[in-house]
Structure formats: C-alpha cells, structure tokens
Design a protein. Structure first.
Ligand SMILES: [Zn+2]
Length: 201
C-alpha cells in the first residue's frame, strides 16, 4: 500500500485495473506503474485494443459468443453438427472446449450463471433466448457444460428442468472435472473425457 495519496488519474487507473479477475490492489498498482514508467506505447496499444473490441464486437445472434458479424463463423460452419448444443458460462469456457478438439456441435454461451445474490436471475441471463435458439433449430441434445461450482450446478439444474419440460434431451458433462472447479482451468484431456462421458437422466 502506498502511504502517499495517489494523484487522481493514478488512483482511477488502479481502480480500473482491479476490475480484472484475479487482480488485487497491489498487482493493479504494479501494473499501473509498469505501464506509466516502462511501456507507455504498450499502454496506448491496450487502450486502442479495448476501444476497438468494445466497438466492433457484438454477441452472435445464434450462440451469444463474441463476433464481428451477426452470426459467428462457428455457427455458420457446415462442418459442425447442428443437432447438438453445448451450453457454457463464458467464451473462455467455449474456447477451452474447442481446444480439446473433442466436440463438433454448436454452442450457447450464457455470459454468466444464475446467481441470485448478484442479481443474476433467469431473465438477466437471457434463458429465453437460449430456449428460442433450441426451438428455432433442430437441436436433439443439449449438453450442460456449466462449471462444477455451486452456481454452475444451480444453473445446470434449472436449465435442465426447463429444457426437459419442453421435451429436449439434456445431458451433463461428467464429473471428471473436479468439484468446485471452472472449466477454464481444466486440462484439455479432462474436458474431452467429461464430454464423452456425459450423462443424461
Ligand atoms: Zn455463434
């Protein structure tokens, strides 16, 4: 912690950096000093990249992931099996599953999870859009690949109930993914196994 009061712009920068996952005050301060002292060009490049990403990326109309087009390349690909839909919490999770090279269906990215305490309910998460997506296309199976955390499990349970009520076959990735863990941090082999061993009840 600094004993001197921070100049306002420095304080603002540190506060902004602490918004990033896993970045506490102390790391944020180190990053801020680094960018200002050693890498002003890098800082400007980050600024530009953030601006252009915010401006040019939108949510894919089909899978809700990030894309520059209305519909992303994955959803448009003729090589994907459009009868299977894998539901994940984040684009990072989607990326991990892709990296495992074990899945060739399509995705739906929730961009979150049910978390009543944080004001994330079914409406906020856009479950209706997911349902619409399932009904609009010939989906035969929905694989729930939300994380094995309490909130991820709640989300999977809720979604499973709703989808089954509508007569959709639902499966859950296998438990090989350690309890309490997030897909993002699981190795590709385990993800591949969890997908192959998925269960429907
Ligand atoms: Zn898409």
């Amino acid at each position: 912690m600094s004993v001197l009061p921070d100049p306002e712009p420095l304080y603002e920068l540190i506060e902004a950096l602490t918004q990033l996952p896993g970045v506490g005050k102390r790391t944020a301060r180190r990053m801020a000093y680094y960018l200002l002292q050693n890498d002003r060009e890098g800082a400007l490049a980050i600024q530009k990249a953030i601006e252009s990403a915010l401006q040019d990326l939108q949510h894919c109309k089909m899978c809700n992931s990030f894309t520059q087009e209305e519909i992303c390349a994955t959803c448009l690909s003729p090589r994907r099996d459009n009868t299977i839909l894998c539901v994940v919490e984040t684009a990072a999770d989607q990326n991990m599953i892709e990296a495992s090279h074990s899945y060739h269906g399509l995705y739906y990215v929730l961009m979150g999870k049910l978390s009543p305490l944080e004001g994330m309910g079914a409406d906020t998460l856009g479950f209706k859009r997911l349902l619409q997506r399932v009904f609009d296309y010939p989906v035969k199976e929905v694989i729930l690949a939300t994380n094995f955390t309490a909130e991820g499990e709640t989300t999977a349970h809720y979604l499973g109930q709703v989808l089954k009520e509508h007569g959709i076959k639902v499966s859950r990735i296998a438990r090989g993914v350690p309890s309490g863990s997030e897909l993002e941090y699981v190795d590709a082999g385990t993800i591949a196994w969890a997908l192959t061993e998925r269960r429907s009840d």
